[in-house]
Design a protein around this ligand. Structure first.
Ligand code: NAP
Length: 487
């Protein structure tokens, strides 16, 4: 039996999940390349104050590594990072992981992939599995004068913990999940926080809850409790997702909840500034137990006049006002459509990834592309993102990938890629469904591609998982047969 040589790119949520799936399926010849020095991906990179996952931890975890020890309902960033690194260690991934090595390019030579890494090496693999994520490359906004700022300038995903915050005036550009969490955490702890908001967000209220020792002991002794909690959350998120993908009662209900939450802001002028002019969930819903309370503090200022430029002492807005600051944080999100790029990937016939994605990222079932045989993606284009946990998406996709690898090992094929026809059909089907989703109801968001269509799976995440777990239909694929001598 041939043992495939497998390269996994990235050691974040999906790379760890893939590595564990490979180990469990008995694959031994695989290397996980991680350009950073540790596991965790976006949970390793994001360490800003106030970072909390807005999906309950009993759901935001792998089903094969249920953690009975979660400290709270919504865990903080470091706890999730430690959980992910712990899963990697417990499942023997360090022996397979090369830290500090970046994959810079991969070229398919007709039979295998030549993988080029930042250490100057070229290695040959039968499969390349891209687990590169999409909340990875910080988006630096195109704002004039950013480099003229003489205080501390940092992106939220590159927090510099050496910077002393005490006594500082801190500006935060951005009002997404990150900006909201930052302002909620910093407000009241420093003399002044200024939030520069380009677009207001709807906020879903929640209550975080710490788990007591007794709860942790119960979850440790009764693993079924963990599974039950996972399923309850899964059911809740499935119901919530109905509001994302269809107009109807759930969408109206969420709208009612967030509008009611907004009424907790007392000052009518501040409330007006915080009121979005689009439907709830069109942009990724922000979840917070304290943002509205904190933004009403006298030492927190919400600035809605557009940013004109940044100068040495602070931010100048279009109304001519200078907002003097010591620290300026760019909570401006990520280049979420980069996926594997800037890796230079070349498939059959010299076709590059940039050429294949000239009109935007396209994939078949979120995991494969025509012309790129034996290359798989985890949480690739049109996977179900929104507020859904990526742990669940990565699990379903890694099972699909392992299914193909087993068939390769059994000698069923040498190369596999979806047909262009199947990929086009799949994408056309999603585009036809997109207008029912809330993401097309009139807002700007990172969910949308250049053509204004969402880059997300337009049905419920459970439907996606069902589809990705069924046996693939051979007519959708080009299967290259192995040479007779290999059989
Ligand atoms: P984001 O949702 O993309 O928000 C970026 C913010 O920056 C937006 O408010 C945007 O304004 C603003 N912005 C961008 N360019 C700007 C410019 N030139 N001038 C002024 N404002 C500008 O980024 P994020 O908040 O970092 O969140 C990214 C994703 O990370 C989330 O959607 C979520 O998936 C994930 N996340 C999750 C959690 C969690 O708890 N699970 C926490 C944090 C982040 P516009 O709205 O006008 O574009």
């Amino acid at each position: 039996m041939n043992e495939p040589r497998i390269a996994v790119v990235g050691a974040g949520i999906s790379g760890i999940c893939m590595g564990v799936a490979l180990r469990r399926a008995g694959f031994t010849d695989f290397t996980i390349f991680e350009k950073a020095a540790d596991y965790g991906g976006t949970w390793r990179d994001n360490t800003y104050p106030g970072l909390v996952c807005d999906v309950p931890s009993r759901y935001y975890q792998f089903t094969f590594a249920m953690n009975p020890q979660w400290s709270q309902l919504y865990s903080a960033g470091p706890e999730i990072r430690d959980y992910l690194a712990g899963v990697a260690r417990e499942h023997g991934l360090p022996a397979h992981t090369r830290f500090g090595v970046e994959v810079v390019g991969a070229r398919f030579d007709g039979a295998a992939w030549q993988v080029h890494t930042s250490d100057g090496a070229e290695r040959i693999f039968d499969f390349v599995l891209c687990a590169t994520g999409f909340l990875h490359r910080p988006n630096r906004p195109d704002i004039a004068g950013l480099d003229d700022f003489t205080g501390t300038l940092m992106h939220s995903a590159r927090w510099d913990h050496a910077v002393e915050l005490t006594g500082k005036r801190i500006g935060v550009i951005g009002s997404g999940s990150t900006g909201t969490q930052l302002v909620s955490e910093l407000g009241g702890k420093v003399p002044k926080v200024v939030m520069f908001q380009r677009t207001p967000q709807w906020i879903l209220p929640t209550v975080n809850k710490r788990y007591r020792g007794l709860t942790k002991r119960l979850y440790r002794r009764l693993p079924l409790l963990g599974s039950a909690a996972y399923q309850v959350n899964r059911g809740f998120f499935a119901a919530f997702s109905q509001g994302l993908v269809h107009p109807g009662r759930m969408r109206s209900f969420i709208q009612w909840v967030v509008a009611r939450n907004l009424r907790s802001v007392q000052d009518p002028e501040l409330r007006r500034k915080l009121t979005p002019d689009y439907q709830a969930m069109c942009k990724r819903l922000v979840v917070s137990d304290r943002f509205y309370r904190v933004v009403q503090r006298s030492d927190v200022e919400l600035v809605t006049s557009a940013i004109d430029h940044v100068q040495d002492t602070g931010v100048v807005t279009a109304d001519g006002e200078l907002h003097e600051l010591d620290i300026l944080v760019l909570a401006t999100g990520f280049d979420s459509h980069a996926f594997m790029r800037p890796m230079a990937i070349t498939g059959t016939g010299g076709r590059t990834l940039d050429q294949a994605w000239a009109d935007g990222p396209r994939a078949f079932e979120g995991v494969m592309m025509p012309d790129f045989p034996n290359l798989f993606m985890l949480v690739g284009p049109h996977s179900p993102f929104a507020n859904h946990p990526l742990t669940a998406v990565a699990e379903a996709q890694s099972e699909r990938i392992v299914g193909w690898l087993r068939r390769w090992r059994a000698g069923e094929f040498a190369t596999i890629a979806p047909t262009a026809a199947a990929t086009n059909r799949y994408n056309a089907m999603m585009r036809a469904a997109a207008p029912s989703t809330v993401w097309t109801t009139g807002c700007r968001s990172w969910y949308l591609g250049a053509d204004g269509m969402p880059e997300l799976w337009p049905w419920s995440p459970n439907q996606y998982e069902k589809r990705i777990r069924r046996r693939p239909d051979p007519v959708d694929y080009h299967l290259g047969r192995p040479a007779l001598s290999e059989k």
